[in-house]
Design a protein around this ligand. Structure first.
Ligand code: CP
Length: 301
């Protein structure tokens, strides 16, 4: 039987994603099964740093009765030229599942193609699906079903924005993306959303995007790997997209503020917003744990 990979939200039917969220909510509320992954081992490969992804997957596996092996790039022979394909074949002989945080989508796809165990996307330069599962869960805990609601993204059209596009199509909400012309999401992604009936609106005006929305989202100006792309220029391009009190005031009075973290107060968001009453960023971080336990269980069952 083919392995159950969790690579990107666009590959799933909406019903499966809904079941994963429901199971995540049940696990959060303490429902059994507590030790469903007893004896299972997850390998976690990190080509980039992480706090939330690393800790939430490790704690999640252990809470479910399993264990983890954590490998950074310098721990493996990938850093010295061993192929991802060979690494996938070898790891599959030792562990029951692989979580990978890497740069390119090709690395992730190679891992999934050559592994004989499930592979989970822990972030690539193109997407961050586990984050979006936690974000949708967080929204729905506070505001009920996300279908029919309106979410605005203000900032870089990056990997997290791409997963918001996938989520908008799969969960049936409107997404307004306000990004600088130079930092727009890939046209192919927007085409996919249109072809799949998504209500994804693109603008360069954050005030227009945020007007009357249920939730405002942003992310760091320098995603991991962007450090060499011209920091000053990116800051200049993204400064008008900062989420500050004035921008939040254009959203609904009770609009939520979301950020996948890590945050840079005074850059993409003001301290007043991220530490204010509309912010749900700590719930987003916590829900990574619960929804990833659901994803792990689905992959390994
Ligand atoms: N949001 C997120 O993925 O955080 P980490 O980079 O700390 O894992």
């Amino acid at each position: 039987m083919a392995s159950r990979h969790f690579l990107d939200l666009d590959q799933f039917d909406a019903g499966t994603l809904r079941k994963l969220l429901d199971q995540g909510r049940a696990l959060k509320s303490g429902a059994p099964p507590a030790k469903k992954l007893a004896g299972k081992m997850l390998a976690m490969l990190f080509d980039k740093p992480s706090t939330r992804t690393r800790v939430s997957f490790e704690v999640g596996m252990k809470q479910l009765g399993g264990d983890v092996v954590i490998l950074s790039q310098r721990d493996t022979q990938i850093g010295r030229g061993e192929t991802v394909a060979d690494t996938a074949r070898v790891l599959s002989r030792y562990v029951d599942a692989i979580m990978m945080r890497t740069t390119t989508r090709k690395n992730l796809e190679d891992m999934a193609r050559y592994a004989t165990v499930p592979v989970i996307n822990g972030l690539t330069d193109d997407s961050h699906p586990c984050q979006l599962m936690a974000d949708v869960m967080t929204f729905e805990e506070r505001r009920g079903p996300i279908a029919g609601k309106v979410v605005a993204w203000s900032g870089d059209g990056n990997n997290v924005a791409a997963s918001w596009v996938h989520a908008a199509v799969k969960f049936g909400f409107e997404l307004r993306l306000a990004c600088p012309r130079e930092l727009m999401p890939p046209p192919a992604l927007l085409d996919w959303a249109r072809k799949n009936g998504g209500k994804v609106i693109v603008t360069h005006d954050p005030q227009q995007a945020v007007a009357g929305v249920d939730c405002v989202v942003t992310d760091a100006w320098l995603s991991m790997g962007d450090e060499k792309k011209g920091e000053t220029n990116r800051h200049n391009l993204l400064a008008p997209f900062r989420v500050d009190e004035r921008l939040m005031a254009a959203a609904k009075k009770d609009a939520l503020f979301m950020h996948c973290l890590p945050a840079h107060r005074g850059e993409e968001v003001t301290g007043g917003v991220i530490d204010g009453p509309q912010s749900v960023v700590w719930d987003e971080a916590e829900n990574r744990l619960h929804v990833q336990k659901s994803i792990l269980t689905w992959c390994l069952e």
